[in-house]
Structures are given as structure tokens and as C-alpha cells.
Design a protein around this ligand. Structure first.
Ligand SMILES: Cc1cc2nc3c(=O)[nH]c(=O)nc-3n(C[C@H](O)[C@H](O)[C@H](O)COP(=O)(O)OP(=O)(O)OC[C@H]3O[C@@H](n4cnc5c(N)ncnc54)[C@H](O)[C@@H]3O)c2cc1C
Length: 483
């Protein structure tokens, strides 16, 4: 058991301070403040034969799980402890619109393919139990209509993440889930190998309380504290590294293209590392030039699939971009030669083959990269230069000099390995009654709503199982453990 420092305050029982919302049950009203003493810990929950689930983290997965657990077992006391603001990431997600899920993939295997970490493990029951269709129904049943955009991303019709946040919080309030904010769970230990003892601290005060829980759900996202607690409880942690970020590119001319979007490029990542045989990743899709590098779906997807290798390479390497992926190299050369023949007397900077579907600014950039004067006539461009331009169009190399310095990382790869939890229940294989959901696990998706879907699915599955266990154990001490 964790010891308290001198002068610390011990709250006995499942005491609740200022709660964000929530019905006060007898257990939750217990609010005794004492100097540290050696008296045994007692809880009102125990006295009343009630059970308590503590959800650590009031993000998407934690709140969703708490609602599901309370739905299955309305008598279960459910307490969500959140160190900051609840659902803070939901609020800022999707540029304030919240990309709730993805509507393109309804089969489990197709959906799982969008998870660089998790694609093998999530192919089975995970999304079958609660997939995107279930998420969409869950919100629409509660009055939040969602729409699917052309690329599959699903947003609230209101185009405001507040619709999602408000729905989840009002649902929690009406179901009697208690949410405490501004409190951090800093330690979780075991009592008699059965129950959990959570140490809860408040940053602003010299405040410590202990809470005894029957079930604990770790839904702490990418927080270091969450990983530390999981490790204390016997889990291994796969080193967390950022995923979903943009690339800083070493190229002084590139900023001239800032704001240019390429609707469809094929980009291949080649990394430098002391490690041999690093895999190469290729993605096709839109790419955007920023004032300091490259961004857009194709880049974010490459950063996700190559997250670990990019980390190992210290975010350096080469990106080869094919700007005309549907035209073969030989055809590109032929088209350029034809253009030269037909527009020999035209300035190269003013005319280029329309088949390439390029913007003028990019064409000028290519000429500059090739060392050609913008005013050169097509007739004066040598065939060698034309071949080089064709190669630039098909395999334009960009030196990656780092990852985006802004807070554009959306998600963290790494965390508790999926092999250490039962995917059907999200229960730890190391500790009964300990559960995990969301980003704390070694699961992350590419952009498009997949990361929230992981949070909803994991939260739903964990909440269901906890609710079922609580329903099977009406009287404390008479455990009927399912085998
Ligand atoms: C800017 C941004 C935009 C995004 N947009 C999208 C999007 O549109 N679509 C999408 O699918 N994904 C998006 N994501 C990713 C998505 O937000 C996460 O994958 C998702 O929030 C993970 O949910 P979670 O519940 O696991 O973790 P979180 O949402 O991170 O919640 C964890 C919570 O636990 C709390 N916590 C941590 N440690 C403790 C502790 N010790 N005690 C108490 N509380 C604790 C944290 O304060 C946090 O509130 C976005 C992410 C970012 C950063």
C-alpha cells in the first residue's frame, strides 16, 4: 500500500469531493477527512454491499465505458476521475467538428487494416461487438445525427464537437455516473489480491485520498502516469512514440509552394537508420505543401505506418513523390517531348502539358529544381533535361529533416500490448477486474475517425464486461467469478 507523507490528508472510503455532476449515492456522500491513522480502511460501498468501478481518465473511451457499465448494471457505482477537463480531446478533435468514426469500412477486417498498430488483433470480434454502425446508432439514438462525408469521415450534422461532448456528459449525468475533475490517480495497488486501492491527488492542494474499487478501467490515453500505473500492475509497456505528424522538409524552394494541394500523389518513405532492412511504406492520396514541409492525408498516413521506424531514424529520410501516379514514366517522357515539339517557341514557365494536371507554381518549381531559367523556350530544353523533369515528376525526392514541430501529433503509438488483454472483454490477462480501453493500449489508427472508433469500441466492450461481472456479484464477498 502506498504510504502517505506527513501532513497528508487521508479520505476514508469512496469519498467524493467536488464532482462535475452526478447523483449522490450513500457511498459517494461518505466524506470523512482525517489525519493519517493506522485504522483499517473501510468503505461505505463495502458496508452497503455495493460495488465500485473507478474509470481512470474522462476521455472518449473512459466516459463511453462508464455509460455502458452503468447501462448493464445500474446498481454499480461508477466514478470517473479526470485530471483535466472531461472529453478535452473530443472537444478539439477534427478541427472542432469531431470526426467521430469512419463510414467506409463496415467489415471488421477492412476496418482493422486502418490501424498500423492493432491491425492483426482487431480483425476479429472487436469491431463486430461495437463497430462504426453501432457508434452511429448510439449517438443518433441519443439525438445526435451524424453525416458521412465523401471520404468516409463521419461528423455530427451540427459540425460541432460540442454535440458529442454534450451528449456524452448529459447521458452520464442522467445515468448517475459520477465524474470528478481536477484529480489525478497517481497510484493503483492491490488489496488482498482482490480489490484495488487508488491514490488520488489534487495538484493545487496538498490533498490525497484513497479509494477502494472493485473494478478499475484504465482509460488514460497517452499519459505517462497511465503507463506507469499499468506497469505497476504487471503490464509491459511498448515504448510510446508519436504517430500522425507532418514532415519537415529540407528544401529552400519548397516554401514557394506553400498552400498548394496535390489531389493524388503516390509517396514512398525511405528511411535512414542504423537498423538494416527497414520496411518501405507507400501511400496514395492528397498531399499539401506547408510553409515548412509536407502535410495532408498521404503524409499523415505514412507517418502513422512508419511511426516506429521514423522514430528510430530520428525523423530523417527520403520521401519519393510520384506526382503523376497514373502515367507511366515512358509516357511522361513522350508527353514532354510532344509538348516541346508543339510549343517550341513558348516560354517553358508559361506552358506545360495539361495531362499532368499540375498547378503553374509547381511547374515553375520543377524548372527551378532542374536549374532551368523560367524564361527558357521549350525548344531550348535539351532531351536530357526533359528526362530529368520526367523523373522529378515520377520520383521527386524530398529530404525529411524532422517531424512537425507544432502540436499536430494526433495520437501515440505504443502502450499496453494487446496480447496482454482479452480482446473480447478488454480485461487484463494479468489482473482480474482490471480493464484497458483507448489509446493507453498499443493501438492507433490513421486519420479518418479510426482513433475514436478504437476508443468507443474498447470502452463499450470493457463497460459491457464490467457491467456483466457486477450484475453477477450482487453480494460482496460472495464472488461468483465467471470462468
Ligand atoms: C488535436 C487532436 C485532434 C484529434 N482529432 C481526432 C478526430 O477527429 N478523430 C479521431 O478519431 N481521433 C482524433 N484524435 C485522436 C483522439 O482524440 C484520441 O485517439 C482519443 O481521444 C483517445 O481516447 P482515450 O479515451 O483513449 O484518451 P484521451 O481522450 O486522451 O483521454 C484520456 C484522459 O485521461 C486523463 N488522464 C490521464 N491520466 C490520468 C490520471 N492519472 N488521472 C486522471 N485522469 C487522467 C486525461 O486528462 C484525458 O482526459 C485527435 C487527437 C488530437 C490531439
Amino acid at each position: 500500500m502506498t504510504s502517505l507523507g506527513l501532513g497528508s490528508v487521508l479520505h476514508f472510503g469512496n469519498s467524493i469531493g467536488a464532482s462535475y455532476f452526478g447523483r449522490s449515492s450513500s457511498m459517494l456522500l461518505c466524506h470523512r477527512r482525517k489525519r493519517f491513522s493506522s485504522s483499517p480502511l473501510i468503505t461505505m460501498a463495502q458496508q452497503a454491499n455495493e460495488q465500485l468501478l473507478v474509470v481512470v481518465g474522462g476521455g472518449a473511451s473512459g466516459v463511453y465505458a462508464s455509460l455502458r457499465a452503468k447501462f448493464i448494471a445500474p446498481h454499480l457505482n461508477v466514478l470517473v476521475i479526470e485530471k483535466g477537463k472531461p472529453l478535452a480531446k473530443v472537444k478539439i478533435s477534427g478541427g472542432g467538428r469531431c470526426n467521430v468514426t469512419n463510414g467506409l469500412f463496415f467489415d471488421s477486417a477492412g476496418l482493422a487494416d486502418n490501424y498500423p498498430r492493432g491491425n492483426r488483433e482487431l480483425r476479429g470480434s472487436f469491431f463486430n461487438i461495437h463497430g462504426p454502425k453501432d457508434t452511429i446508432r448510439w449517438f443518433s439514438d441519443r439525438g445526435v445525427e451524424l453525416k458521412t462525408e465523401e471520404d468516409g469521415r463521419v461528423f455530427p450534422v451540427s459540425n460541432s464537437s460540442a454535440s458529442i461532448v454534450d451528449c456524452l456528459l448529459s447521458e452520464a449525468k442522467s445515468r448517475g455516473v459520477v465524474l470528478q475533475i481536477g484529480k489525478t490517480v497517481s497510484d493503483v495497488s492491490l488489496i488482498d489480491g482482490e480489490q484495488f486501492l487508488l491514490k488520488v491527488e489534487k495538484r493545487t492542494m496538498n490533498f490525497v485520498e484513497y479509494i477502494k474499487a472493485d473494478y478499475v478501467l484504465m482509460a488514460t490515453g497517452s499519459s505517462q502516469q497511465g503507463y506507469k500505473i499499468a506497469a505497476q500492475l504487471g503490464h509491459s509497456i511498448i515504448d510510446p512514440v508519436p504517430s500522425l505528424f507532418t514532415f519537415k522538409i529540407e528544401d529552400t524552394q519548397l516554401p514557394s509552394l506553400s498552400g498548394v494541394t496535390f489531389p493524388r500523389v503516390k509517396a514512398k518513405l525511405k528511411l535512414k537508420s542504423i537498423q538494416k532492412n527497414l520496411p518501405e511504406y507507400t501511400q496514395v492520396g492528397p498531399m499539401l505543401v506547408t510553409h515548412w514541409g509536407l502535410s495532408g492525408p498521404v503524409i499523415l498516413r505514412l507517418s502513422a505506418w512508419g511511426a516506429r521506424e521514423l522514430f528510430l531514424s530520428n525523423y530523417t529520410g527520403i520521401l519519393l513523390v510520384d506526382f503523376v501516379p497514373d502515367i507511366h514514366l515512358e509516357d511522361v517522357k513522350y508527353i514532354l517531348c510532344q509538348h516541346k515539339d508543339q510549343l517550341a517557341k513558348t516560354k517553358a514557365c508559361n506552358s506545360f502539358p495539361t495531362k499532368f494536371n499540375l498547378v503553374k507554381r509547381f511547374w515553375r518549381y520543377l524548372l527551378e529544381r532542374e536549374g532551368l531559367d523560367a524564361d527558357i523556350l521549350w525548344a531550348s530544353i535539351s532531351n536530357n533535361h526533359l528526362n530529368s523533369i520526367a523523373l522529378l515528376l515520377k520520383q521527386c525526392p524530398f529530404g525529411i529533416a524532422g517531424k512537425g514541430q507544432f502540436k499536430d501529433e494526433f495520437v501515440t503509438a505504443g502502450g499496453v500490448p494487446l496480447s496482454e488483454v482479452s480482446i473480447n472483454t478488454m480485461e487484463s490477462k494479468m489482473r482480474p477486474n482490471l480493464f484497458f480501453a483507448g489509446e493507453i493500449l498499443n493501438v492507433d489508427g490513421i486519420t479518418g475517425g479510426f482513433n475514436f472508433q478504437n476508443a468507443w469500441s474498447g470502452g463499450y466492450i470493457a463497460g459491457t464486461r464490467i457491467g456483466e461481472l457486477a450484475s453477477r456479484q450482487p453480494v460482496k464477498g460472495n464472488s461468483v467469478k465467471e470462468t
